[in-house]
Ligand binder design. Sequence first.
Ligand SMILES: O=C(O)CCC(=O)C(=O)O
Ligand SMILES: [Fe+2]
Length: 357
Amino acid sequence: MASGCHVANISSVKSLSESNAAALIPSYYHTLTDSDGHDDVAHELAALIPIIDFSHLTSTDPQIHATAVRQLGQACQDWGFFIVTNHGVSENLMKDIMEKCLEFHNLPLEEKKEFFSVHNPLPAIKYTTSAPPRSIGENDLYWIDYLQFYNYHNQCNFPNKPPGVRETAMEYSKEMRGVARTLLEGISESLGLKPDDIIEHSGFDYGYQKMQFNLYPPCPQPDLVQGLPPHCDNGFLNILIQNGISGLQVKHDGKWVNVNPLPNSLVVNTGDELEVLSNGKYKSIWHRAVVNEKETRVSVLAVHGPQVDKEIGPAPGLLEKEKPLFKRYKYGDFVPFQLKVMSPEMPRPLDSLRITN
Ligand SMILES: O=C(O)CCC(=O)C(=O)O
Ligand SMILES: [Fe+2]
């Protein structure tokens, strides 16, 4: 890491936001350029983000199920982003995990610093500030503090503070894995495969899961900064809940679209490994988080991927009829390379896995 890197000297965006020093945001936070600013947001498209009724997907009526599978496939193909309703995850559990997220960020800095890490991209538990999850300390900083923890290889790396977070996070992560599994079965079917094809090929049931507690404090100059820069996520399906404050934007048809929170719904996006397993049909999608002047935005993310030591590639069932567009690779070898800042103008790390001829 460059010695001039600012992130090592910053305690948290939360404390910066709460101090007078925030009145003029330091220039190293100015990452929202004119060409990619708030003006480019296509507000008219927000209402078109697909909504998937999860109860239709799990319906025992074959026709209702088949329609839901078709809608899910269409949503993955057209948007790579969709909102899931009637998912059956308890509202109390969703409320509890959001509260634990906020309680974590409200802990004294000294307590949070136990998990502070800017150097190691994949520690078991990591708290950091200002750096997007895909970088390890650039001089472009972002208006976010976050805690992330991993749950795979039968390891449960859940934090032990604030009190009760462990139990809530364990229950929530189990629920999210279940939702992701059912969605993945539907997606597999939508590709003409057997429901458990993707799950089996990738070792999903023993797969990678990452949880992330994001905090975007109020920002006096929201038009200059970004919470998270444009990026694509790794993994299959990433599930986000948020506290009713807008900020997430998805790139669709070359324009940014606000993903406005719908009460009690889950926001789902497709990640790099779904692009690979679907042999390029369901693209990993660009998104970013912007911030606002008045309110603290909180989001909880659950990322789901293949088994870390498994070699994966386009689903074998698809290759009976088509040529592979991606090389096979071991997921665990690739994850660290995905932890890099990207922009829609740059080739994605995933593109290095493409078969070009
Ligand atoms: O907080 C959000 O709305 C987006 C979070 C996100 O995209 C991420 O953490 O990868
Ligand atoms: Fe993301």
